[in-house]
Ligand binder design. Structure first.
Ligand code: ZN
Length: 154
């Protein structure tokens, strides 16, 4: 029993470390388990429930790193990293929530990249990820609702 929990814990840590080392992408992991009360003599096999949400950050050549998805190798590296992460999670019956935004999404469309349709076909969720500073500038709070809506619809 304890060995199973340790193995699951190691697997979870491995997945999280992979997500953390995801160059250019950050992760958000929400872990939780519903643990109803059972007397010690009736303890069922433990079930670990968790989800992994992966942010695709808005790298556009600005900022401290100057990282830019317009650089083909950089973009392709992130595409392959997402495929690798999805494959690992799938091995354990899991699903990702991949939170995407421009410029990654625009470059994916322009380059006929099939990553998102592949992930969706495998049951992963594709969601919007939005950084107001990257898409609206430093004074985003002063912009209209329409400006926000326009930026989010890119
Ligand atoms: Zn983010």
């Amino acid at each position: 029993m304890r060995g199973v929990v340790t193995t699951i814990r190691k697997m979870l840590i491995s997945i999280l470390v992979l997500a953390l080392t995801f160059a250019g992408a950050t992760y958000v992991a929400f872990m939780g388990a519903m643990t109803p009360y059972f007397p010690a003599s009736e303890q069922p096999e433990p079930v670990l429930l968790f989800t992994i949400g992966v942010h695709i950050e808005p790298f556009n050549g600005e900022g401290r790193t100057r990282a830019d998805y317009n650089q083909v190798e950089f973009f392709n590296r992130h595409v392959e990293d997402l495929r690798i992460l999805a494959n690992i999670v799938e091995k354990y019956g899991g699903k990702l929530t991949v939170q995407a935004q421009t410029p990654f999404t625009l470059i994916a469309i322009r380059s006929d990249q099939t990553l998102f349709s592949e992930l969706e076909a495998q049951g992963h969720e594709i969601a919007l990820h939005f950084h107001e500073d990257a898409h609206l500038g430093a004074n985003s709070e002063s912009l209209s609702v329409q400006a926000w809506a326009d930026a989010m619809s890119q």
